[in-house]
Ligand binder design. Structure first.
Ligand SMILES: Cc1cc2nc3c(=O)[nH]c(=O)nc-3n(C[C@H](O)[C@H](O)[C@H](O)COP(=O)(O)OP(=O)(O)OC[C@H]3O[C@@H](n4cnc5c(N)ncnc54)[C@H](O)[C@@H]3O)c2cc1C
Length: 400
């Protein structure tokens, strides 16, 4: 798959952080992980910490799949509002999914402290405004439901929004819990931690065949080597879809830009993450060097050529939409890019096993909250491999 078009900001900003060799000989390991993006890196972090011999394999360079393209807002509010999710899955599961996502934000904070990375983790409140007056009633119901379930949320009226954020909206939910990160840098921090724990990472190595039995897994690479492992973690991002017999997600295209650096330090209330109720939604946040990141204008197709050809025009549209919303902040796009992303029917990720691939654990953090889902996936998979009961595993299983 072609995962992103043009150069994502994080790749230019960070360049090559670390590279790993390709695999040139057969290998035996406890756990093979396909994918050295944020999902594979988190799995490697947890599993190597538990004393397993871990081998991570990536056909690209580590972190250079979807992770490098991520705009990396860390939010517990998934793309499906809680009030809608409780109609799609059992109510307690929906609430717990939201709570797990909130917990995952702070788990990332703890991990960043533990691995001593400079991935710029920063707690940020998150504002979701009603895009249209007609959305206000359901948005307020969403606020009341979340408040009742113990989430730290405040309802903002139009005057508060204008005062704190400098734009007009008929109502908004301000959540205390949210954060931002440089996902590409975090991935490298996690992989470095895992390699210090004895893990091995291979770049430029494609897994071409997978044979799974009850006794273990054999992976064949494009370099003609074999990896034998007791367990396989499938963290191949959207490219993992080929291994799943049923259709669990649709792949769309999304667009983003980062502005030129500006002189202002606080653009709106505490530089919150901002997004809206309309789908696809516009979102914006502030990055390092006082740049404003704007994303959205999604297309409901995966067509990398068309996506690529539209990237510049979409960036212009994002600037125009942002400037219409906040005319007092004039931004100029410095870097723009686009990428594939997968959506599921309920907005929840797929984590766990499928019958056709025994001893294989999928970590598919599909949806707008891919990074927090990757944290949830890594902890559930760690528990499954260790034979520990995880009460949340069923909520994200393939047969939910
Ligand atoms: C523009 C954009 C904005 C986004 N914004 C956000 C956001 O604000 N917040 C958020 O949480 N998420 C966001 N996401 C989603 C997030 O980026 C993804 O959920 C996340 O990066 C997925 O990580 P991953 O490790 O699962 O996949 P990847 O980063 O794609 O890693 C998978 C790796 O597996 C490797 N691989 C696949 N198959 C094989 C094989 N057969 N052999 C060897 N290697 C293989 C690939 O090369 C790849 O490097 C955004 C995505 C995009 C594109």
């Amino acid at each position: 798959m072609d995962l992103h078009s043009h150069l994502p900001y994080w790749l230019i900003k960070n360049g090559i952080i670390s590279t790993f060799p390709s695999l040139k000989k057969d290998e035996h390991t406890d756990i093979a992980i396909i994918g050295a993006g944020i999902s594979g890196a988190l799995a490697a972090y947890y599993l190597s910490d538990c004393g397993y011999k871990v081998t991570v394999i990536d056909r690209r360079h580590a972190g250079m799949g979807s992770t490098a393209a991520s705009t990396a807002l860390l939010q517990y509010e998934i793309d499906t509002p809680l009030s809608k999710l409780i109609k799609l899955v059992p109510k307690q599961d929906a609430i717990q999914a939201y709570k797990l996502c909130r917990e995952a934000i702070y788990t990332i904070q703890e991990i960043c402290r533990n691995i001593d990375t400079t991935a710029h983790f920063r707690v940020r409140s998150s504002l979701q405004y009603a895009s249209y007056k007609k959305d206000t009633t359901t948005h307020k119901e969403e606020y009341l439901l979340r408040k009742k379930q113990g989430f730290d949320v405040t309802w903002l009226e139009p005057d508060d929004i204008a005062d704190k954020y400098g734009f007009d909206a008929p109502g908004a939910i301000l959540s205390k819990d949210g954060a931002e990160i440089d996902a590409y840098k975090l991935t490298h921090g996690l992989l470095n931690y895992a390699t210090a724990n004895g893990a091995t990472v291979y770049d430029n190595t494609t897994i071409e065949h997978i044979t799974c039995t009850k006794n273990g897994t054999t992976l064949q690479t494009n370099t003609g080597c074999y990896i034998k492992a007791k367990y396989l973690v499938m963290a191949g991002g959207y490219e993992s879809l080929q291994y799943i017999p049923k259709k669990v997600a649709e792949v769309h295209s999304t667009y983003a830009l980062v502005s030129e650096p500006m002189n202002t330090e606080e653009f709106w209330h505490k530089n919150s993450l901002v997004w809206e109720t309309a789908m696809p939604y516009l979102y914006f946040r502030v990055t390092d060097k006082n740049r404003i990141l704007v994303g959205g204008k999604d297309d409901a197709f995966y067509n990398p050529r068309l996506r690529s050809s539209r990237t510049k025009q979409k960036a212009e549209q994002l600037v125009e939409t942002f400037t219409r919303k906040l005319p007092h902040i004039q931004i100029t796009a410095d870097f723009s890019w686009s990428g594939a992303f997968a959506v599921t029917k309920d907005g929840l990720p797929y984590i766990g096993t499928i019958p056709s691939l025994p001893n294989t654990y999928f970590a598919l953090g599909f949806g707008g909250n891919g990074i927090v889902f990757s944290v949830i996936a890594a902890t559930i998979i760690r528990d499954m491999i260790m034979g520990k009961k995880n009460a949340d595993a069923g909520k994200f299983s393939f047969n939910r």
